[in-house]
Write a protein that binds this ligand. Structure first.
Ligand code: PLP
Length: 482
């Protein structure tokens, strides 16, 4: 089917669907229409967002949503799961084939859920199973109260080493306010204060000193590639399990931009991901694992999950099928090329980038040069139709709330068809906003980290520049709603 005929069919489907929704709760129908208009009319540069295909979106809106299917394929705690079995098997098969993984678990509802499944499967594999063997029990229900207490004590006293939040790690990688920082004794590795780059010797030294059970690699806001062969070497040297969270860059792995040592899947014992960022699928998570961990990951439900979202698993299968097409490799390469164009666009306009550039899909702009916090920059850009998110920079003096940076990503606008020239213009528009924004003051007249003043006319001028680009590359072309 051509793109145009898909759009025509989709228009009809959504128009009808919105009429049905309107008849029950018109405000939701109106918000849904408005969301499409807003996404169409702004430059979406949030690195963790994308635009899923109409096929993926439509797959989520079905009666699979109504089905309970706790358990695993062929082994459910509910009756009549034959069609969910088909959906889950297909999604897992596509994931295994796409990533070359021995095992794939497609039930996690989100990236955080995928990481929880991974943590508990590692604890089950490395702590619970040996303890049960030692104690001569088949499962935890057979343990005496005293044995159970001692096992619970062991679960709660394991060590995790992950990348710090302000170096680009994710809050699930041992950040104290997150459960990962509470259930593990955690330490963090950072990036080099001068270069902003990961220093493997520092990671190795920390790992040798701390001796973690779990070494976590992966990031949310690090604009460079990681050598996962080296990370595995470090994990092996200290007897740790290597867990890689590729939530952000799964699309670049799927699209064969990250190959060899940069592809985490062969090196990690357990790999987790979201499906909705660069992978361009529905909102959800997945866990890939080596055979050794497969049975433990498979216990995600009931270990930490309840009933799977069958409609989302179906959409994962559709998205993964899309990612197995050769065009997805072109898309993934364009994501990385466009990030380079965006970074060059900033550097030629004297902007300051963390690590001085990018070789993935992320550009991290340090906005202190403009006298702004990340919060002020984010808000001023939003006024001009540029959607970004504020982000810490290494050793951020403004903390995790106000921050000193803006994180930009290319997956979404690459989906719309933006290329080198458009991303250069995007850099120009962003610099125009930032150089014309002044930090504001509080009501008491003190310097504020939140308020700001954008010079007259700039928001309109930049929005007009953005509109020109957006009109050339429409979102869901042909999808017309009345
Ligand atoms: N892991 C990483 C590296 C992420 O960047 C994110 C989300 O931003 C997550 C996990 C969590 O994903 P979700 O929001 O789907 O729970």
């Amino acid at each position: 089917m051509t793109d145009a005929s898909i759009s025509q069919l989709t228009s009809g489907a959504y128009e009808q669907a919105l009429k049905v929704i309107e008849s029950v709760e018109p405000r939701i129908a109106a918000a849904t229409r408005q969301e499409l208009a807003d996404q169409r009319g702004s430059l979406k540069l949030i690195a963790s967002e994308n635009y899923a295909s109409p096929a993926v979106l439509l797959t989520m809106g079905t009666w699979f949503s109504d089905k309970y299917a706790e358990g695993t394929v062929g082994h459910r705690f509910y009756a009549a799961c034959q069609n969910v079995d088909t959906v889950e098997s297909l999604a897992a098969e596509h994931a295994r084939e796409l990533f070359g993984a021995p095992y794939a678990y497609v039930q996690p509802h989100s990236g955080i859920d995928a990481n929880l499944v991974a943590f508990w499967s590692i604890l089950a594999n490395r702590i619970e199973t040996p303890a049960l063997k030692r104690l001569g029990a088949k499962n935890v229900n057979e343990l005496t109260e005293a044995d159970w207490e001692s096992l619970r004590h062991e679960f709660g006293n394991q060590r995790l080493l992950g990348m710090s939040l302000d170096s680009g790690g994710h809050l699930t990688h041992g950040f104290r306010p997150n459960i990962s920082g509470k259930m593990f004794h955690q330490q963090q590795y950072g990036t080099d204060p001068e270069t902003g780059l990961l220093d493997y010797d520092v990671v190795r030294a920390k790992a040798k000193e701390f001796k973690p059970l779990v070494l976590v690699a992966g990031y949310s806001a690090y604009p460079r590639r990681v050598n996962f062969a080296k990370m595995r070497e470090i994990a092996d040297e200290v007897g740790a399990v290597l867990m890689v969270d590729m939530a952000h860059f799964a699309g670049l792995v799927a699209g064969k931009v990250f190959t060899g040592d940069e592809n985490p899947v062969p090196f990690a014992h357990v790999t987790t991901t979201t499906t909705h960022k660069s992978l361009r699928g529905p909102r959800g998570g997945m866990v890939l694992a080596q055979e050794e961990f497969a049975a433990d990951v498979d216990r995600g439900c009931p270990m930490v999950l309840g009933g799977p979202l069958s409609h989302v698993m179906a959409a994962k299968a559709v998205a993964l099928a899309e990612a197995r097409q050769p065009e997805f490799q072109t898309y993934a390469q364009n994501i990385a090329d466009n990030a380079k164009s965006l970074a060059e666009g900033f550097l030629t306009r004297d902007a300051k980038l963390v690590t001085g550039g990018t070789d993935n899909h992320i550009v991290l702009l340090d906005v202190t040069k403009y006298g702004l916090t990340g919060r002020q920059a984010e808000s001023a850009l939003l006024d001009a139709g540029v959607v970004t998110n504020r982000n810490s920079v290494p050793s951020d003096p403004n903390g995790a709330w106000y921050t000193s940076g803006i994180r930009l990503g290319t997956p979404a606008l690459t989906t719309r068809g933006f290329g080198h020239d458009e991303f250069d213009r995007v850099a120009e528009l962003i610099v125009e906003v930032l150089t014309n924004t002044q930090p504001g003051t509080t009501k008491a007249g003190d310097p504020s980290k939140a308020s700001y003043a954008l010079a007259d006319g700039v928001a309109d001028r930049v929005q007009a520049g953005a509109d020109e680009l957006l009109e050339k590359h429409p979102l869901y072309p042909g999808l017309e709603l009345s």
